[in-house]
Design a protein around this ligand. Structure first.
Ligand code: GZL
Length: 333
């Protein structure tokens, strides 16, 4: 009798376990067009873009490109846009909110390289694919995020350094205006530039300071450096055009001659920089294309079709100087 009793309870346990197994439905990965509620429902997938801020021509052009591409594909996607107003902490919480809303996919332009690992874990647990655009974040492509679409910032820095070495015959007192501390773009644009100018013993960095990619800070930082260094400054390398334009204003206010006595080399290729090159106040800028919309959505659709994607997708960058600025200023942002 005991044997039966014991066996019967084991039997009941096995039956309960079997029922439990059938009951818990496996949610298909949303990456394959799954069943996340995704914001608007109504059959459309919801795609989000977590932007770091919306200040300056480059950033505004990037946001505009994503929004207009989403509008072109509005038959398939509802679009959610968040703006972290320039703070990494808010960008992290913006992404966490999007995960809680169960959107179907997130484009993220990470303000800093660090700070997103737990967000990546949460997105993975919720089967929500994240595609990085514009900058990198610490993590493994194909595991923490699908891929990253960006420019080659090291190459941009190298091209700037190479050009400056040629223009100055390998002899310069250089001021470096750096982008946001902790961002992959600032780290790499500095590294690429230093690699190149390091080949010339007489190319000296006489000052290097963070001006956070903004024109106002570029001008303020440059004013202080001019006070300290004066005529020793023969070149400025700015990690973006906004800071370069701020530096130009500071140099002019100090009675110095940007574009002539002080070589100005930058990155981005925004309209006002090409106009400054045409006016002779600036010498050159390495393009960094902000118009991610088409390639971002195409990449997401490839992911959803199950196509294999590379760890990085690199945009091609042109180079603008006095020889071609007038040719391209019309199409610039
Ligand atoms: C580059 C981007 C940089 C731009 C700056 O991909 O992250 O941030 O070069 C912008 O103009 O602030």
């Amino acid at each position: 009798m005991n044997f039966l009793l014991k066996n019967r309870s084991v039997l009941v346990l096995i039956m309960l376990f079997a029922i439990a197994l059938i009951g818990c439905e496996r949610k298909p990965a949303s990456g394959t067009g799954g069943n996340n509620a995704g914001g608007d429902g109504g059959g459309k997938k919801t795609v989000a873009f977590a932007q770091m801020e919306n200040t300056g021509p480059w950033r505004i052009a990037e946001s505009e490109s994503m929004k207009s591409e989403a509008a072109k594909r509005a038959d398939k996607y509802a679009f959610v846009y968040t703006d972290a107003q320039g703070t990494t902490a808010k960008q992290v919480s913006d992404v966490e909110d999007l995960i809680a809303r169960k959107v179907d996919a997130i484009f993220l332009a990470p303000r800093e390289a660090e700070g997103f690992s737990s967000t990546f874990q949460a997105a993975k647990a919720a089967n929500i694919p994240i595609i990085l655009i514009d900058r990198e974040a610490t993590g493994t492509p194909g595991v923490d995020f699908v891929t990253v679409i960006k420019s080659d910032f090291i190459k941009e820095g190298q091209r700037a350094g190479e050009w400056l070495a040629k223009q100055t015959g390998g002899k310069a007192g250089i001021v470096e205006l750096k982008g946001t501390t902790g961002s992959s773009v600032a780290n790499d644009r500095s590294k690429g530039f230093m690699d190149e100018i390091g080949k010339n013993a007489d190319m000296k960095i006489i000052a290097s300071q963070d001006a956070n990619f903004t024109r106002a800070e570029g001008q303020k930082v440059m004013e202080n450096i001019i006070q300290a260094q004066g005529k020793a400054i023969t070149a400025v390398y700015a990690h973006n055009d906004e800071m370069a334009l701020g530096a130009i204003a500071a140099l002019k206010a100090a009675g110095m001659n940007p574009g002539k006595d002080v070589m100005i080399i930058s990155v981005d290729g925004q309209k006002s920089a090409l106009q400054a090159i045409i006016a002779g106040d600036m010498n050159a800028t390495v393009e960094c294309n902000p118009r991610f919309g088409p390639i971002a959505f195409d990449t997401l659709e490839k992911f959803w079709r199950g196509e294999k994607l590379p760890a990085q997708i690199i945009n091609e960058d042109r180079f603008f100087d006095a020889s071609n600025a007038a040719q391209f200023v019309g199409e610039a942002y």
